[in-house]
Design a protein. Structure first.
Length: 224
């Protein structure tokens, strides 16, 4: 990690992540950071370091590199939010970082099937959108988006679980689509203000629906 942070030739798309690794390490070393958070953040730093090396490795295919970047970006953003959030309010974002770290590990693993990888990315994409929106939203107005992060984190945890069947992963991929479209619309600078307000009001109910569906699947026996 020290070697990465000292390099002058870091690709522009990775500079933010390399900078964040140093900031996160300071949180890990800070005795004021709760011990469970320190463990989770340390794992995130380790997994991101592996990912950065893979992204830069010429042997990594363009498709694999893009998949890695799709997870590296929201994990970096979640760590940024954690660093700016009081310890008492970090729980949702720390849980999110933990699941994104697990997703990154699976994306890096050559044994992960293409279907499993795509199921992960279907949830990572809206998580990325939600986290980016949060960074632009005042803390007092983040409640609905924090709820979307919690719902998507729960779905990601289930998709990561090796016991989850391919059928249930497919169902979760479908279940996240309404929230995905809503978050994309909010992010889009071309969205008219009135439409953005309507979409913003949809975030909480759609997050609740996703959480309910995820819990239903958690309680369901595996097909077959």
């Amino acid at each position: 990690m020290t070697e990465l942070s000292k390099r002058q030739d870091v690709p522009p798309e990775l500079e933010e992540t390399v900078d964040q690794l140093s900031s996160t390490l300071r949180m890990v070393e800070d005795p004021k950071t709760p011990l469970p958070d320190r463990h989770a953040l340390a794992k995130s730093v380790g997994q991101l370091t592996v990912a950065l090396r893979l992204i830069e490795d010429p042997k990594t295919s363009p498709k694999e590199r893009q998949a890695l970047l799709l997870v590296v970006r929201p994990l970096t953003t979640s760590l940024q939010i954690i660093g700016k959030t009081p310890p008492s309010q970090r729980a949702a974002y720390t849980a999110c970082a933990r699941q994104l770290t697990g997703a990154l590990r699976l994306i890096e693993d050559p044994k992960t099937t293409a279907q499993h990888r795509e199921a992960l990315l279907l949830v990572v994409r809206p998580l990325n959108s939600s986290l980016k929106i949060i960074t632009k939203t005042p803390p007092s107005q983040r409640a609905a988006y924090t709820e979307s992060v919690q719902s998507l984190t729960l779905a990601l945890r289930l998709i990561e679980d090796p016991k989850t069947s391919p059928e249930h992963r497919r169902e979760l991929g479908e279940a996240v689509q309404p929230l995905t479209r809503t978050l994309q619309g909010i992010e889009d600078p071309k969205t008219p203000p009135e439409r953005r307000r309507d979409l913003t009001e949809s975030v909480r109910p759609q997050s609740d629906e996703l959480a309910d569906r995820t819990r239903e699947i958690l309680g369901s026996p595996s097909p077959g």
